[in-house]
Ligand binder design. Sequence first.
Ligand SMILES: [Fe+2]
Ligand SMILES: [Fe+2]
Length: 344
Amino acid sequence: MADSVSAFAREEQGGSLQKGDAAILRFLAAAEIVESDLWQQYNELGGIQDSEVPGGSGNPEYTAALKNLDGDMDQYIHDNTDDEFSHWFFINAYLESKGAEAVDLDRFRILPSSKATGAQQIGRLTNLMHLTVDTSWYTRYRSAHNPDLEPGFSFPQAVPGLAKGQHPAIPRNDSDLMPQDHIQAIANTAGFHFAFIEQGGTSLYPSLAQRVTDGEVLQILLSIGPTETAHFQTWHDKAGNGVNGSILPSPLIDPNDPTLVFPNLNTNPGGPLFQTNLIMPEPCSFLSRKFPRCSIIRPTQTNGAAMGAAKALTADGLFIGQSKDFFELVLDLAADADRAKRES
Ligand SMILES: [Fe+2]
Ligand SMILES: [Fe+2]
């Protein structure tokens, strides 16, 4: 009896939306809440403080280190944060307008804030202080290989030291603000993490769009997804500014963790897979090798796309310290989204 009631309740979660469409929107709402939480932490310390994105008071040393990547970093961080909140609020409001259940993760805001000057002291959903950042997106977009056609293909890491161990992307407390090369390594870590997060959204929306049914839901995915790409493209350019040998020491070695090295990628290793200004997506194989190469977002294969995104965020270390219930809910939302099929 309990099972049939909960099965009935689950079916009702979609309200007037087709069940698969509701499941996809609910997973995306969860992803946007996660993005909002992490971007808010970045903004409190390294962004612009105003009423549009309130809460923090700024950290001058971290903000200055980020500005070595681009003088407008604080504005871009602020605006990316504002965008994520707008995605979260919109998708949840749309779900509710259709009588579907919105996503609420407030009970999981249990992780600690940075103790550095500038951060507010509240519970967080995500943890930016123990990240393992996969930087293979950097070479994936410079390569003519497409992971959709070559699932086992291994794209090299741009910054191998970030892809192993655990690294802070925000100062954990004020002792992280010195020496200069240490706070710069934290800012550079953030620079690569910004792009890691946004390349994920860049693939997630087109991957899931292939399985929505309703034209208006498709319009939502096709309209939000490219803003993730706009973010990614910006961060792709800025990450390269931390490793192009022009402003920062090169290589930049974190004095507190000598395994974390940011090489000058134009010379070490150099070449077209690493050259920092090659930020436009290199044409690659698409659908079949019988077609000419095409400049595209990749990957966009749709099977298991939501679960792939949930696992990538987990492997990133964002959820270190989260409760078992949190992981269960995220995996449930991903599994439901991945069961969605386009109905004719
Ligand atoms: Fe977003
Ligand atoms: Fe995003």
